[in-house]
Ligand binder design. Structure first.
Ligand code: FES
Length: 576
């Protein structure tokens, strides 16, 4: 029997021989596209987050040209298009507020256009999850290409890393240990090439997640943005996406539960950002893959941090690349039996076939699993009366002796209150206290800002205190460090117990037992609850209102409730 050939979805536009076929083709030809490009070949949408407002993605026009070259070489028809881009440094109040909005842009752009498969150009923190979330809801063949990290920062003979040394140097400035001139000099030395933050912050973590999930090509995590191999990778992705369209391999066939499990373990092995917890859950929920906080805790147990990278260690992504990059880490995980080896990846091979022979060129950067850099460092999920829905801590970035701790709460009502009082020499705080920040969660901020790693009070910094227990419903920059408990569910603004914590309350943390408790009687809590009022959104219109009315809690990925799941590539109404 003759096999029935199902035309590609782009044929509904370009394959028509009527008035609409004329309309679709003729306008597209206006920049010099030959007629033979409309012969039924795969149309590849290159989803570009280039923006001069997003410094980490400013080389993406060049990257897109390399993807296009690959698509053309493989017989596809590339069409590049822009989507909302999100930069961590300039966007206010926080890029996270707009992650879901950008994902809607991606989803609708893919569905509404004659696209058979897509290459997502991702870089700065939120551009990776937003594009993967949107693409997951449409479920076309998809490859993500990360823009790559910047070269290492170099300051007066030492390496300095994005974010990590920003935090440390700003604390040194506040403590009077460096001058403003030195601070300015470091500012010019830190970011000296194209690319995203070169610490193992959120962008590098998400680029590693792309590779570990198998939705990116091998090498995706670590090739520097300005390394020629980054452009080769983009070109190979362009070639490969054409094959994926022909083979009808969609994103949901790659991003399976197995793939997410691999990514969670890879996150533990790289000492990755806590932000990956929220983003991976959000992506999984778009696909209908059941992924919970408990999965994070379960899968991270027994996994060690292998890479000695800032913010947990001393090296940077450039060093990681030269040491072997993520393939070496995945090979170590596989040998330790912490990898679903059969998970299929976008290059058509399994994750194990891609990585089983990966060498290590520097054991001070990538440690062997048997002699790890830090032991048992998977994300720990805490529960207790303060966070019945969960809260997280990244043990690899925390101080071991603070992992079991009891202290007096010093409460900040919101981030403004924190900034107003933290430098006050009269602030009643000592090194044993637990710093508590309220109203910085998905609804409370809104957008769940990266403010959970509250800077320590200058008067304690001057005494040599380097870490304290800090708890909040906020997130933390992936480049930050410390004994910081984040993502508390329910958040303060959603009526969580966090909102009722008062100065002087005792708080008990026991990471080994996964416990976080407010040591206040139920009667007292009930009294306080009566006086609590739900906060109002700071801007009650437009996207802010949509977001405030529909955002889910952190344990559900902080997605908008109506975006969970996928609706596919079918356009339900079409008058053509
Ligand atoms: Fe873009 Fe850090 S600011 S990755």
């Amino acid at each position: 029997m003759k096999k029935k050939i199902i035309p590609l979805r782009s044929a509904q536009w370009f394959g028509r021989q009527d008035i609409y076929g004329f309309l679709y083709r003729s306008w597209t030809k206006n920049r010099g596209i030959p007629h033979d490009q409309f012969d039924g070949r795969p149309v590849i949408g290159i989803c570009n987050t280039y923006s001069e407002l997003v410094p980490c993605n400013t080389h993406f026009r060049v990257l897109a040209e390399h993807v296009k070259a690959g698509v053309l070489e493989a017989g596809g028809f590339p069409l590049e298009f822009p989507v909302m881009s999100l930069g961590e440094t300039l966007l206010r109040p926080t890029a996270m507020l707009y992650r879901n909005l950008a994902s809607m842009d991606v989803e609708e752009s893919l569905r509404a256009n004659p696209i058979d498969g897509t290459v997502l150009l991702v870089g700065c923190d939120k551009t990776t999850p937003s594009l993967l979330m949107g693409a997951s809801s449409v479920d076309l063949p998809t490859i993500a290409v990360s823009g790559g990290p910047m070269l290492s920062g170099k300051y007066r003979g030492t390496d300095i890393g994005s974010g990590t040394n920003l935090w440390s140097m700003s604390e040194e400035l506040r403590a009077g240990k460096i001058t403003l001139d030195e601070f300015h000099e470091a500012e010019s030395c830190m970011h000296r090439s194209h690319g995203h933050c070169m610490t193992m912050g959120t962008a590098s973590t998400m680029a590693s997640m792309v590779e570990a999930l198998g939705i990116g090509m091998p090498g995706n995590a670590a090739y520097p943005a300005v390394d020629a191999r980054r452009n080769v990778l983009a070109r190979m992705a362009g070639r490969r996406i054409v094959e994926l369209v022909k083979q009808k391999v969609t994103i949901s066939q790659i991003l399976t539960k197995q793939a997410f499990e691999n990514a969670i373990r890879a996150n533990a092995a790289i000492g990755g950002s806590t932000n990956a917890v929220i983003h991976l859950i959000a992506i999984a929920r778009r696909l209908g893959v059941v992924l919970t906080l408990s999965d994070w805790d379960r899968l991270g147990r027994g996994v060690h941090t292998l890479v000695n990278l800032m913010p947990n260690g001393k090296y940077l992504m450039e060093d990681f690349c030269y040491a072997g990059g993520l393939p070496t880490v995945l090979r170590e995980l596989g040998e330790a039996d912490f990898l679903n080896k059969d998970a299929i990846t976008v290059n058509g091979k399994t994750i194990w076939e891609n990585n089983q022979d990966a060498p290590c060129h520097n054991r001070d950067v990538i440690f062997p699993f048997k002699k790890p850099f830090k032991k048992n460092t998977g994300i720990a999920v805490l529960r207790g009366n303060l966070c019945p829905g969960g809260a997280i801590i990244k043990p690899s970035a925390a101080t071991p002796k603070l992992m079991k701790h009891r202290g007096r709460a010093v409460v900040f009502k919101n981030i403004e209150d924190f900034h107003k009082r933290i430098d006050d020499p009269q602030l009643d705080i000592d090194a044993q206290c637990v710093m508590v920040l309220q109203n910085c969660g998905p609804k409370g901020y809104p957008g769940m800002a990266e403010v959970g790693n509250m800077p320590l009070p200058p008067k304690l910094l001057k005494k040599g205190v380097t870490d304290m227990v800090r708890i909040s419903d906020a997130r933390m920059s992936g480049t930050a460090y410390g004994t910081v408990i984040l993502h508390m569910v329910p958040e303060a603004a959603a009526g969580g117990l966090l909102a009722l914590v008062q100065n002087g309350d005792m708080i008990e943390l026991d990471v080994a037992k996964r416990k976080l408790e407010l040591l206040v009687s139920p009667e007292e809590i009930a009294q306080r609850k009566k006086a609590w009022k739900e906060p109002k959104p700071p801007l009650d219109r437009g996207y802010w209102k949509l977001y405030f009315d529909h955002v889910l809690q952190a344990d559900q990925g902080a997605d908008l409730d109506f975006l969970v799941g996928k609706s596919g590539a079918f356009v339900p109404r079409d008058n053509h």
